[in-house]
Design a binder for this molecule. Structure first.
Ligand code: ADP
Ligand code: G6P
Length: 472
């Protein structure tokens, strides 16, 4: 079997406090690579003063990490700049938050060239290269310019926006064209794939856009219905591969930690109150402020439940050097304080708010303790927290997932989750009430539907499906 080389901006190295990073890409790709082995190239997360030296290699079981530092200028322009102030907000349909700067766009392409320069000397002719996420869209094009002819796949972990949104971005056409250098482009949902094809058609690439034999073809053996596309003088495939979690592992972990000390301490501290849990990176796409508004509305509408529920919001800080994130961090902290001030009593705190990364074991145990998992993104590629919450439940007494219809996971968890529209405070508040009062039999019925899907299409399945299609 040929070597697999994964490239992403973020690699799951523990941070200064020994915690692995929070974020779907690191968690999912790590689960996939742990099983199959391979090389994983990416940024250390550290900045250096001068041009970084050659990459360093770190072995960890079956995975070899090839790590590169970046200069402060690179990080400012590429990561804090174009990737997280233009691509992230636009792909999450937040045109209002996008900030363009020519210098940052140039930095984005410069760092992609740097990644290509670093990668080329490592390559063997049979290697299969798998590039991840919005930071590295131009990487295949840069590799092709350097004569690389290997199979190169791409997977986008975040949503792909409709044409009217994408086209508001300067150089959107360069970004679209760059993607045609990949052999296979994977999206989280068929909705993202449709948007992508719509963008190609609207850009005029549609003149040459066609399915292989005039109709849609199936790529992969699950939901990977996709298309063969000829555009911008190149041929490639595009398909949906919804990312999964290590379902069996998470089920085992949550059962194991349920009796451990930190989870028991949490249970005791609740004093019999029902736990409502939210777990997210502190990101404006997650709808955390809307969620807290809905929780407050629930308390206002249901006076009898005051003092009987506790909301735990775990939200590690993320991308704090980006002004929109900093502003949001301050706003959420203030909001939690205000809700606690308005509704709290001397022996009850309505919201517990924690800005920290937790171990996966503790997270699994907390999900299992919760009556309700509140996952309310305004837009999300997939949302692995929704899937983890389901996998962590006790089959004999499962909690209820309240899920935004704007999460990619909503496609797979229909029929199990209680859907909400996070923009509708009243409706989300009712969804919380419905979840809290749901009879056991209905909770079990809904949970069975969701866990069946998660057991079947787990992260290993996702990885096999994607790589099978890329290698085929
Ligand atoms: P995103 O990738 O946008 O952060 P996801 O929900 O898809 O959103 O993935 C988040 C991942 O990060 C999940 O695997 C989740 O368990 C993990 N995570 C989120 N918050 C924390 C936290 N406080 N501590 C540890 N892991 C976390
Ligand atoms: C999302 C993105 C990932 C990113 C993660 C954490 O999952 O899709 O590419 O790694 O968020 O964000 P960060 O900026 O800390 O890497």
């Amino acid at each position: 079997m040929s070597r697999l080389i994964v490239v992403s901006n973020r690699v799951p190295l523990p941070d200064r406090n020994g915690q692995p990073p929070a974020g779907g890409l690191a968690v999912a790709v790590h689960s996939a690579l742990k099983a199959n082995g391979g090389i994983w190239m990416g940024w250390t997360g550290e900045t250096v003063e001068e041009e970084p030296g050659p990459p360093t290699v770190r072995e960890d079981g079956a995975i070899s990490y090839v790590l590169t530092d970046l200069t402060q200028r690179d990080v400012d322009e590429y990561y804090n700049g174009f990737a997280n102030r233009v691509l992230w907000p636009i792909f999450h349909m937040r045109l209002d938050l996008a900030e363009y700067a020519r210098r940052e766009m140039a930095g984005y392409f410069r760092v992609n060239r740097l990644f290509a320069d670093r990668l080329v000397p490592m390559l063997q002719p049979d290697d299969v290269i798998w590039v991840h996420d919005y930071h590295l869209i131009p990487l295949a094009d840069e590799l092709r310019k350097r004569g690389v002819r290997n199979r190169i796949g791409y997977f986008l972990h975040i949503p792909w926006p409709p044409a009217d949104i994408l086209f508001a971005m300067p150089i959107y056409d360069t970004i679209l064209r760059a993607l045609s250098a990949y052999d296979l482009i994977g999206f989280q949902t068929d909705y993202d794939l449709e948007n992508f094809i719509g963008c190609l058609q609207r850009d005029g690439a549609g003149d040459t856009l066609r399915a292989a034999d005039g109709r849609q073809v199936t790529i992969g053996n699950n939901t990977g219905a996709g298309a063969r596309i000829a555009a911008y003088g190149r041929e490639f495939a595009a398909a949906a591969f919804p990312i999964g979690i290590d379902t069996a592992g998470f089920e085992r972990l949550s059962a194991k930690v349920a009796t451990r000390e930190p989870v028991q301490a949490m249970r005791q501290s609740l004093g019999g109150r029902a736990l409502i849990i939210g777990v997210d990176r502190l990101d404006y796409s997650k709808g955390i402020q809307q969620r807290i508004d809905a929780y407050e509305r629930f308390l206002e509408n249901n006076p009898a439940d005051r003092g009987r529920v506790t909301m735990l919001q775990v939200a590690p800080k993320s991308r704090s050097e980006v002004p929109e994130y900093k502003a949001m961090q301050d706003a959420v902290a203030t909001q939690c304080g205000q809700v606690n001030g308005r509704h709290g009593t001397i022996d009850w705190v309505p919201i517990r708010y924690v800005n920290r990364s937790l171990t996966r074991g503790l997270l699994a145990g907390l999900y299992r303790e919760a009556r309700v998992g509140l996952v309310t993104p305004l837009r999300d590629g997939m949302n692995l927290v929704a899937k983890e919450f389901v996998a962590a439940q006790d089959p004999a007494d499962p909690g209820v997932l309240v899920l935004s219809r704007f999460a990619g996971a909503a496609r797979e968890l229909a029929g199990g989750a209680v859907f909400c529209n996070p923009y509708d405070t009243e409706q989300t508040a009712s969804a919380i009430g419905q979840a809290l009062s749901m009879p056991l039999e209905e909770r079990q019925r809904r949970w069975e539907r969701m866990i069946a899907r998660l057991r079947d299409y787990d992260v290993a399945h996702w990885c096999r499906d994607y790589l099978g299609a890329l290698r085929a």
